[in-house]
Design a protein around this ligand. Sequence first.
Ligand SMILES: *Cc1c(COP(=O)(O)O)cnc(C)c1O
Length: 363
Amino acid sequence: MVAVGPDDTAEKAQWLEALGNAIDSNSFCLGAEVDRFESACKERLGVAHAFGVSSGTDGLKVALSAVGVTSGDEVIVPAYSFFSTASVIVQLGAVPIFCDLDPETLCIDPVAAETLISSRTRAILPVHLYGQTADMDALLKISQKQQIPIVEDAAQAFGVFQGGRPAGAIGDVGAFSFYPTKNLGALGDAGAVVTDDLSLIEKVRSLREYGWTERYVSDIPGINSRMDPLQAAILRIKLTSLDAENKQRRTHADRYRKMFYKESVEIPYVQPGVQHVYHQYVIRTPKRDELHKYLLDRGIGTGIHYPVPVHKQPAYRGRVGAAGNLIHTEAVANSILSLPMYPELSSIEIDRVIDNIINSPYL
Ligand SMILES: *Cc1c(COP(=O)(O)O)cnc(C)c1O
């Protein structure tokens, strides 16, 4: 249901032209197209530095390495997120310490996070789930008090601002994903790392490309995570319509909210001062599985992001550090349902979803 390709032939023509220009530029790893996208990104977000990388997952790995996360370190991370948030920690030889979520924001609970800090904690990794930021004010206070860097997983929150500060660069460094289904999506894999911290930029730059400080000189063991210029060319065009699209998503969310007002549907909580971009529109309901199936039978596709929390995935059994109580995480995993949400959605379609939910026997 999610439209990833061009909406119309005019848009497709624009993309093909951009790809043609990128091909003519004759540089296929980083280069001018990526520079242009990085500048557009910096301008859009108001951040000092942006680096195009090959995916959100790689971006997280680069960001965590840049703040010094290495073998044996602990990283505090929400138990409720997309898989790669925790997998990159393990790939760096570090230990994910799974933290519960705040039942309102569905992002990491700062109070719980603070109780998990140990002498080995090297970073806190909040995830801005579904398109709004975690409670960054509270996390920044902890970070300053305990001298622990904050790396943001902003894969679902490009263009979200909290009190005027852009998701991704509120903490020390952050990563975005431009996977095709994200609000800003490429035509393949891509991501970015952003920071306002001067001391991190050379590390990020070098980690992204073999650990080079200059060509053929590696000071640190980096990876290859360069952004593909063809994706950069597409992303730069798509960035120009992102604000309008996010606005459409907010309009859709308003419609859902107004209609669910009197019903026993728990709708997304939006923190004051945060502009939610509704990467997902997630409701909570006790008879989730029944409702999910009921809607599917009526031709309405809904999603569960995510059915099994990370700490319960086979990959992490036995790797769970001194995890706290994950009671909210487990409750949320059983009750969330992502309703259709994309810019092109029409009010008629939204009303149909709402009617079917309200008239279902499962509220
Ligand atoms: C999509 C996503 C990622 C991974 O990004 P990729 O570009 O697919 O590697 C990481 N974290 C979260 C929260 C995501 O939604």
